[in-house]
Design a binder for this molecule. Structure first.
Ligand code: NAG
Ligand code: NAG
Ligand code: NAG
Ligand code: NAG
Ligand code: NAG
Ligand code: NAG
Ligand code: NAG
Ligand code: NAG
Ligand code: NAG
Ligand code: NAG
Length: 569
């Protein structure tokens, strides 16, 4: 039985007219726990406004967003506005202990930010522990000149499609397991807009399919978000093809495909024309845990959710008509994901910086640390350049940085090195530290992420806060500086906020550090965050007032000694 939950919702859109003045879009997010009865279990989950997925925020480019977060849950919470650039507004970025203390139970905090110069689909999610598995929603930014100004045929309807995971388990417990080196946990199901789909049943009770009603001949813009903790999803709709038009709120050159590969943190906007013979069609979001579980035994089970598309409400009176299904399982996922990402290019010609100031080569892999009294050291952690990132425990990094107090208030600080100690992925012992890279305002950086090229590999979606970047190239095997530089696309590389480092391979990105503040760079697989695949860029102030980070907001949360209440008890 679903227990009563606090449902409290207020959304006011003030004077928002297409092409008109910038508006203030205001929401109240009440964070609370509720029980969801799925697959024979009453699972306690944390949600916003009693909804899963949470409310969609819809704005017009240039608007201001105000979100009052009221924490009625028993745990600390923060919200990250994933992909929002937050120019000079690092205080509102959200990652716990990087930019802020958690909002404690029975406390409030108001996030205020602008969405300037960005259009498309972004999303928001909790950025503390594993809570984002259920605390998330879409953030849609439409062009100021209205939908007729989309650089693609105007869709008849827009549909947010949030892909997620259903964890039949206590997410706080999951977080503790990950922090203790246990990284083999697998979700019970995938979800499409919160629905598990009829592939899932327990004691004969079949879970609901996500249902999309379409009208013959009309065009739909699906705004797809991968909100999963770990699953890269492969999405197909029987009898239909997709035209990809944007990714991470940046337009791409239209790319036609019958399969979408989307990793945790990414968004993809696609057009789908309802041009199949009217009928019923299955939509399938599938993942293969062996893509993200590296230790034996490899799990070759599939985690699947199914949705169903009905033409002209054919559901009525046609319960017995079979629906068309895409063939399962899909082909080699590693290949599909690599080529899907390789086929995305910018729609426009962005100005890619031709020269760079700093080049950083980052090995992302696993190592071991010693737990107290443990010998030999067998606690698995993840790391970048042989440092396993540790969140500060008393003061958020941004606060310490702003008051010029990092060395005094954070215990184990290390400068993040420009290259790994050696290029051999030796899975040896490693160190826990709060690593950071100080960069001067306006520095142009190039980063090459190298994943383990050998037998044991996994994909790593690397997400940078506060900046979009150009993805210059990706490759399989070991990066070769001589040869691979020639593969760089400096003409129309995709602009994104997540760089997927393929299994067995590498990805090269470039960006200008033009946003003063402390910006988290981390793998968007949740198990890789507490385990250490992260670092931060500390971008210094520029020479002028409008290149200087302003002071914190007046209601900036304090830690009250509860900084890590969710993540590291
Ligand atoms: C938090 O917000 C709620 C709802 O707006 C309000 O009733 C409450 O007084 C606020 N609490 C604090 C500590 O500001
Ligand atoms: C959920 O139910 C399954 C059996 O239906 C059981 O094995 C599992 O332990 C339950 N999980 C929780 C968290 O209760
Ligand atoms: C329920 O799930 C089991 C195992 O996945 C499957 O064999 C069975 O056909 C399902 N039953 C229904 C009614 O879908
Ligand atoms: C399907 O039916 C519902 C409820 O009768 C209606 O609101 C909706 O407009 C219909 N959709 C289409 C595509 O015909
Ligand atoms: C579906 O509905 C649309 C709009 O109501 C109509 O134009 C079209 O002919 C219908 N198609 C079928 C197969 O009923
Ligand atoms: C684009 O996709 C096709 C089909 O999967 C593939 O053959 C091709 O290599 C891809 N292009 C790039 C640049 O990845
Ligand atoms: C600097 O850090 C020390 C140690 O945590 C703390 O006592 C002091 O208040 C901090 N100073 C400022 C200005 O935040
Ligand atoms: C990684 O760091 C650990 C701990 O500082 C050190 O013992 C080890 O030698 C380093 N590994 C390499 C390859 O340098
Ligand atoms: C930042 O770099 C750009 C491009 O190189 C330059 O035009 C601009 O003047 C720089 N701004 C500052 C404040 O240094
Ligand atoms: C990019 C990629 O993963 N390519 C792989 C596709 O599959 C073949 C056969 O399994 C591999 O040899 C390629 O490396």
């Amino acid at each position: 039985m679903a227990a009563a939950c606090v449902v409290f919702f207020l959304a006011a859109v003030l004077a928002a007219a297409a092409g008109g003045e910038a508006a203030i879009v205001e929401h109240t997010f009440v964070v609370s726990q509720m029980k969801l009865d799925q697959l024979c279990n009453d699972t306690l989950v944390t949600v916003v406004n009693g909804q899963l997925p949470g409310p969609t925020i819809e704005v017009t480019e240039g608007d201001s967003v105000v979100v009052h977060v009221v924490n009625k849950s028993p745990n600390g919470v923060t919200i990250h506005w994933h992909g929002v650039k937050q120019q000079l507004n690092c205080w509102a970025d959200g990652p716990a202990m990087i930019t802020q203390c958690a909002i404690q139970p029975n406390k409030n905090f108001t996030y205020r930010f602008n969405v300037n110069g960005q259009e498309g689909t972004l999303w928001w999610h909790a950025h503390i522990g594993c809570l984002r598995a259920t605390v998330h929603g879409a953030l849609i930014i439409r062009p100021r000149l209205g939908p007729s100004s989309y650089p693609f045929p105007e869709p008849d309807k827009e549909i947010p499609l949030v892909l997620g995971e259903w964890w039949d388990t206590d997410l706080l417990e999951l977080e503790r397991k990950i922090a203790n080196g246990e990284m083999k946990e697998v979700p019970t199901s995938s979800t499409i807009n919160g629905k598990l789909g009829a592939f899932n049943n327990c004691s004969g009770v079949i879970e609901d399919d996500y249902i999309l009603n379409v009208e013959d001949g009309k065009t739909y813009l699906l705004r797809i978000v991968n909100a999963a903790l770990h699953a890269e999803f492969y999405l197909k709709i029987a009898g239909h093809i997709f035209t990809v038009v944007a990714a991470d709120a940046n337009y791409v050159k239209p790319y036609t495909t019958d399969l979408i590969a989307i990793s945790p943190g990414e968004t993809v906007d696609v057009l789908v024309v309802a041009d199949a013979p009217p009928g019923k069609y299955y939509m399938v979001a599938m993942t293969v845990p062996s893509q993200w579980i590296v230790e034996e035994p490899l799990l070759n089970t599939l985690v699947i959710s199914r949705g169903i598309i009905y033409y002209n409400n054919t559901s009525k009176g046609s319960e017995n008509t079979p629906a068309l299904s895409p063939e399962l399982p899909f082909d080699d996922m590693g290949n599909i994901s690599f080529y899907f990402h390789g086929n995305l290019t910018s729609l426009l010609m962005p100005s890619v910086p031709a020269s760079i100031d700093e080049r950083i080569f980052i090995d992302v892999d696993q190592g071991y640390i010693c737990k107290e009294g443990e010998s030999p050291c067998r606690t698995a952690v993840t790391r970048m350049n042989n440092i396993s990132f540790q969140l500060p425990t008393s003061v958020p990094l941004l606060q310490a940085h702003y008051y010029n107090n990092i060395s005094r208030s954070i215990s184990m600080v290390r400068e993040f090195p420009s290259s790994p100690p050696n290029i051999v992925f030796n899975r040896g012992t490693t160190m826990k530290a709060t690593s950071m890279r100080r960069v001067r305002y306006n520095t142009t950086l190039e980063i090459v992420f190298q994943g383990p090229p050998g037998e044991i590999s996994y994909l790593n979606p690397m997400h940078l806060h506060g900046h979009d970047f150009f993805i210059l190239a990706q490759g399989i095997g070991e990066y070769d500086p001589e040869k691979d530089v020639r593969k760089y696309n400096l003409v129309n590389p995709p602009v994104r906020n997540v760089a997927l480092v393929p299994r067995f391979g590498w990805t090269a990105i470039r960006f200008v550090a033009s946003n003063p503040g402390v910006w988290f760079l981390h793998c968007h697989l949740e198990k890789h965050v507490p385990s250490g695949m992260a670092t931060v860029f500390v971008v210094e102030d520029g020479p002028t007032l409008d290149t200087t980070l302003p002071p914190p907001p007046t209601d900036y949360p304090t830690c009250d000694g509860q900084s890590n209440k969710v993540a590291y008890e």
